[in-house]
Design a protein around this ligand. Structure first.
Ligand SMILES: [Zn+2]
Ligand SMILES: [Zn+2]
Length: 257
């Protein structure tokens, strides 16, 4: 029987998108249980400026652009950094180091770009406000954003992380799939007691929920992995997660804010 063998470049393009929808679907099912939610369903309907249908359409358009950008970037990288595909996979230790470097590069660019988009009212109004139209986040709204923001933040951050870390396309499949799942997780709006990502990373869904709230717009810019840049530049906002009367949880900000 003939079997279909997909190159690492092709897998690097499509696996993160498949993971996006698989994990979004999983969180969507878990979101049916009010006991995990940071925002009750009614609050999601009241606060969010765009409908779920608009976000869904926006995400399909967004991922079509994403496929084009990844294909073009890979072509550029393959032309300028020949032989990556043919490289053998390095040791597990080297892959771990590349992962760490890629996470640091991705976070650094995302922090700078994200803060930049909040610093100029015109940029916020015409570009970044699309992402903030979802005030009570849910999983598949994670990468709902203006295409210009996708270029400024995600495309550049991802390309830099790939090139600077020196990872192979095979490692890139793992890294970008993990980064995608992390982005979905921080937007899930679900405080799952057994979620390992919640314990491994300070940058979890409650941390990013602070930024999506109106009072948190000038804080907690860091994403998707660590919180270091917010601490270094004084934009970190503390919060607490408490049980909500009537079920679920809520993120409480300090009284002075
Ligand atoms: Zn923002
Ligand atoms: Zn967000």
């Amino acid at each position: 029987m003939a079997h279909l063998e997909l190159s690492d470049d092709v897998l690097l393009t499509i696996v993160p998108i498949i993971a996006y929808w698989l994990f979004s679907g999983l969180y969507e099912i878990l979101g049916r249980f009010d006991r995990y939610r940071l925002h009750p369903k009614v609050e999601e309907d009241e606060k969010n400026i765009v409908s779920r249908g608009t976000v869904l359409k926006g995400m399909i358009r967004q991922q079509a652009i994403q496929i084009a950008v990844v294909v073009l970037t890979q072509r550029f990288i393959n032309n300028n950094y020949k032989g990556r595909e043919a490289e053998p996979q390095p040791s597990a230790l080297a892959v771990t180091r590349q992962f760490l470097v890629a996470m640091l590069v991705e976070d650094a660019w995302q922090y700078l770009g994200h803060r930049f988009l909040h610093s100029y009212s015109l940029l916020y109004k015409h570009i970044h406000s699309t992402h903030h139209s979802v005030v009570a986040p849910y999983a598949y709204a994670a990468l709902y954003k203006n295409p210009a923001e996708f270029f400024i933040l995600d495309a550049v951050a991802g390309s830099l992380a790939f090139v600077v870390s020196g990872m192979t396309p095979r490692t890139g499949i793992y890294f970008f799939t993990f980064a995608t799942v992390k982005a979905v997780d921080v937007h899930s709006g679900l405080w799952l007691p057994w979620n390992p990502l919640r314990f491994l990373f300070g940058n979890n869904c409650a941390y990013h929920d602070v930024h999506h709230q109106l009072k948190g717009h000038k804080h907690n810019f860091s994403q998707p992995f660590f919180v270091a840049w917010d601490r270094i530049f004084g934009t970190h906002m503390d919060f607490s997660v408490v049980e909500r009367r009537g079920g679920g949880f809520e993120v409480r900000l300090p009284k002075s804010n």
